[in-house]
Design a binder for this molecule. Sequence first.
Ligand code: R5P
Length: 295
Amino acid sequence: MVDRDKSSETSKDFYVDVPAETPGFFLKGSAHLNWGMKNRLSRIFNPKSGNAVMLAFDHGYIMGPTSGLERIDLSIPPLLPYTDCMMCARGALRACISPEVDIPLVMRCSTGATILKELSNEVIGVTVQDAVSMNAAAVTTQAYIGGEYEKETLGNLARLINEGNLYGVPTLGVTAVGRELVRDARYLGLASRVVAELGVHFVKTYYCEPGFDEVVAGCPVPIVIAGGKKIPEPDALAMAYKAIDQGASGVDMGRNIFLAEDPVAMIQAVRAVVHDGEKSDKAYDLYQTLKHEKE
Ligand code: R5P
């Protein structure tokens, strides 16, 4: 019995003169979350920089074998050493990504629509329990604010938040934009705020100008930006820089990384912006240097 061990009693030290720290938490709006939530968020967002480079390759769930993702097993693994967090669908993960990778995952949980039909007509197809069984650090679906199935997609998001709260699994709220909606600060600010008030733990939305700083300020939880359609590499890096400079907590980028002329160089240049605050021209220099090193 431990309390009969006198030698160990004499070695006790309670450091009575050292008050226990009551630290806060590095992520916006997250101080009152439980330990499991904070631990998972700390895997996604780097506690030193406060930011994250998320790699999105979930496009196939609505688009099929889209350009750059025809062979996820070939295009994505070379990028993983530079990735803070993967965002993908269950089937792609299981079939194409080695379970030996030690990178957190945001699991895409929605289904029900393809590019052939109305995109907002989605349901939840992956339970939080199954996402947890695949060691997801967070779950996600998108809300089509102003879209035809706005209510249903908010219901999907609410379901993930409610189930995730039971297991300490954060939810990423994606603000999807219907074809007819303008991606301006008024709309993105509204969409981001709505999903944050519903209870998502971080938000993915688009960069916009002017007014992205107000989108960030009006959203009480961290925002990461989607990359959107492929644009020239210097422009994508400039967009990432402006977003970080105006308060974004990272990127959740897909096409502008895996469709870059040199995806491995591109993700490293994006990292320099997101984690080191590198300006976009310097980051583009880095991109070119890394690209030419291989030639
Ligand atoms: C939206 O949530 C999509 O499924 C993609 O994950 C998203 O569009 C990010 O990829 P990209 O940077 O290619 O826009």
